[in-house]
Write a protein of this length. Structure first.
Length: 716
């Protein structure tokens, strides 16, 4: 490998200037015995070499354009004089370094500065596209082969080419391709400038099927997406990525090509090695969706303006009517302008409740539109969209990209976090084209086995709607002819995993009518949900309870589940009958199944103290523990009881007074739920993953707490 040198911009050096005039006096003065060396601090500027103390040999600067040649005086190396000669018009300038490496560093640094000064002047004055392309290639080849190692070596050609592309407008298609090919090696290690992004964007728009678009831009896009990029500052870079993806989509089999592009971004391993790829790509998708609905809203308002003007002019051709139509158009145009100024150019969206009301109004009248003689422009735009519209195809492409990303297990969790809360405008949620295309993506999230993923479809807060609320029967995205498949998958996964709790059903009790309707149609998820409503005693009114029971008995599946519920209730009553021991200790190596079999063997209504220390029970035993009505003391020392079980007992066992969680794998996620157990008096959190903020929160929310052991935790 050739030696690499850091670029010298300024340094101290010994300097001697020789005069090449062929007089006797000059020859005597320039002899090696009478040479005079001066010490100077030289600075290599953009166009010349000058000294910080302009005197002696460096009284006047040395322009790079005046340097005819630069070479090493190798024959002096034996005498430990490491010199280079700068040949100028009236003589030579000798620079003497302390060693050969420093001498070569000066040599290559001056050569690089000389070349960039030359190309800067040459390219700025070149107008012919063929000459411009040739010189750009030579400049880039020079930057790739120079032994100088510095950020400016690659950045200078990029900045200079960017300036030229901005100023030169006479570049033809062939020159476009040649410049892109020349820039490709340089962009493998550098981001394109903003002007280059404009140049590349224009090429993607005009020549989406060219070789440069598919082959040469791909490494550039990969580099951008794999590194930290602030698209708020570099908007043109984001636009370049969007146009590149559209160019891929325009190829034959475009959807499959885009899928392969996402797959190559992820890589062949199960985990993507580049953590910035997903956030950057999601940011591009979100930006495209927002831009689509901003433009769509403007088109809708303009269409309403035109219709209003036409209606008013047709009803009356008087000057007053024409003036009223002009005023209406002006007001709507002002409204569009006001929207452009809000939120830094963002679209000012109407409230989600208003969108929902308009959605239900459209649904009521969707089947009666043929009775009207004139269709409003809102009908097509708000409901179906123009399927052949390029803007619609653009929207669907980026929703598909989100879906493709959701097919990778390691990306699914991060994508679920970015989709919560709902990051899209209200107009999108009322647009059938958008909501239908989002279904496969949400199906992938809802089907994931990880609680952190499938629980992301719920709202972050009770008053904040989530994807589960958007697609529920009667929701913004629901349709009269919808088969509720997505909602069924969502509901089934939630109630069979982390949402099999009273809190979830209390929050969604308003959906009981919809569940009853689905249960009558044989929907298994709705039937199971109704059984849990009865089991958790969520229904306050007896009429609702009787109606739910009648609904379950309408189908064979519902009747079977209801009979199983009745059997469980009978067994629960037997367990909770008064009697049995007050204290119970399970032997070590006992499992969840052992605990379940023991509790089903008789009555445990008097059990107040249960010790499961050093057993093999897990969070699954929480569903059995909550059946003990009199339990006040629970010892889970050194078990595998985790956050999931802690969340369950916190909700169902508010009367618990003593709890030992020493050496259990609980974290802040589960420990924060203990704030609901207001009767806790003693709590052992020794050797757990408790943090100081969570401990402080527990002390504030547990008024009866007397003793709390937090040794060997972060709160100790």
């Amino acid at each position: 490998n050739p030696r690499r040198y850091k670029l010298i911009t300024e340094n101290d050096v010994q300097l001697c200037r020789l005069n090449h005039t062929k007089t006797v006096v000059s020859k005597i003065m320039n002899s090696k015995y009478l040479r005079r060396w001066e010490h100077h601090h030289l600075i290599l500027g953009n166009s010349e070499i000058f000294s910080t103390s302009p005197s002696g040999f460096m009284e006047s600067s040395i322009p790079y354009s005046s340097i005819l040649d630069i070479n090493v005086i190798s024959r002096w190396d034996a005498g430990q004089k490491f010199c280079i000669r700068l040949t100028i018009a009236d003589g030579s300038v000798l620079l003497q370094a302390s060693n050969s490496y420093l001498r070569d560093q000066w040599l290559h640094s001056i050569q690089w500065k000389r070349y960039i000064s030359k190309y800067d002047k040459l390219l700025r004055n070149t107008k012919r596209p063929d000459v411009l392309t040739k010189e750009i290639k030579q400049l880039i080849d020079l930057s790739l082969t120079t032994p100088i190692q510095d950020d400016s070596v690659n950045q200078f050609p990029l900045d200079l080419v960017s300036l030229l592309l901005k100023e030169v407008n006479s570049i033809n298609h062939v020159a476009y391709e040649q410049i892109i090919i020349a820039l490709a090696p340089l962009l493998e290690k550098n981001h394109p400038t903003q002007q280059m992004c404009d140049f590349f964007t224009k090429h993607c728009k005009h020549s989406p099927r060219s070789r440069a678009t598919v082959e040469l831009f791909t490494p550039v896009i990969f580099r951008i997406l794999k590194h930290n990029v602030d698209f708020g500052r570099y908007v043109r870079m984001q636009v370049f990525i969007q146009e590149y993806i559209q160019a891929l989509r325009s190829q034959n089999g475009g959807s499959q090509i885009v899928r392969e592009f996402i797959k190559s971004l992820h890589g062949p391993s199960t985990t993507c090695p580049h953590p910035r790829v997903l956030p950057n790509l999601v940011a591009v998708c979100f930006s495209t969706v927002f831009s689509y609905y901003e433009d769509r809203k403007k088109r809708l308002l303009m269409c309403m303006c035109v219709c209003a003007c036409v209606c008013m002019t047709q009803s009356s051709s008087t000057p007053a009517a024409v003036g009223a139509a002009t005023t209406t158009a002006t007001n709507i145009n002002e409204h569009i302008s006001d929207d452009d100024d809000d939120d830094d150019g963002g679209c000012k969206y109407i409230g989600r409740n208003k969108i929902k009301r308009n959605h239900h109004h459209r649904r009521r009248h969707r089947h009666h539109r043929h009775h009207h003689q004139r269709r409003l422009p809102d009908d097509d735009v708000a409901d179906d969209g123009d399927d052949g519209n390029d803007d619609d195809e653009r929207l669907l492409t980026y929703i598909d990209i989100l879906r493709f990303m959701s097919e990778f297990d390691d990306w699914r969790l991060q994508l679920a976090i970015l989709l919560q809360p709902i990051p899209f405008p209200d107009d999108a949620l009322a647009h059938r084209l958008f909501t239908n295309r989002m279904k496969p993506l949400l199906h992938n999230l809802a089907s994931d086995e990880r609680c952190d993923v499938h629980s992301s479809i719920l709202g972050l807060r009770e008053e904040k709607a989530g994807w589960f609320d958007v697609y529920c029967p009667g929701g913004i995205a629901s349709e009269d002819d919808d088969d509720d498949e997505l909602y069924t998958v969502m509901l089934m996964k939630l109630i069979r995993c982390c949402c099999r709790r009273k809190k979830f059903f209390y929050t969604h009790i308003k959906m009981i009518s919809a569940w009853q309707l689905l249960a009558v149609r044989g929907n298994e998820a709705a039937i199971e949900a109704l059984c849990l409503v009865l089991e958790f005693e969520i229904c306050e009114k007896e009429d609702n309870k009787l109606q739910t029971i009648a609904t379950l008995q309408n189908t064979s599946v519902g009747k079977k589940m209801y009979n199983e519920l009745c059997q469980r209730q009978i067994q629960l009553q037997e367990i909770q009958q008064k009697g049995g021991p007050k204290r119970l200790t399970l032997p070590s190596r006992s499992t969840d199944d052992d605990l379940r079999r023991m509790l089903s063997s008789g009555a445990f209504g008097n059990l107040e103290c249960l010790t499961l220390a050093f057993t093999q029970v897990t969070s699954a035993c929480a569903l059995d523990l909550i059946k003990l009505p009199s339990l006040r003391y629970l010892n889970l020392w050194s078990t595998q009881f985790g956050d999931t079980g802690l969340q369950v007992i916190s909700e169902y066992m508010p009367k618990l007074q003593v709890l030992n969680l020493c050496e259990t794998p609980v974290t802040d996620k589960g420990l924060s739920c203990l704030s609901a157990m207001r009767n806790l008096r003693k709590l052992n959190l020794n050797s757990t993953h408790l943090s100081a903020p969570t401990f402080q929160e527990l002390k504030e929310k547990l008024p009866s707490l007397i003793e709390c052991d937090v040794k060997y935790t972060d709160a100790w």
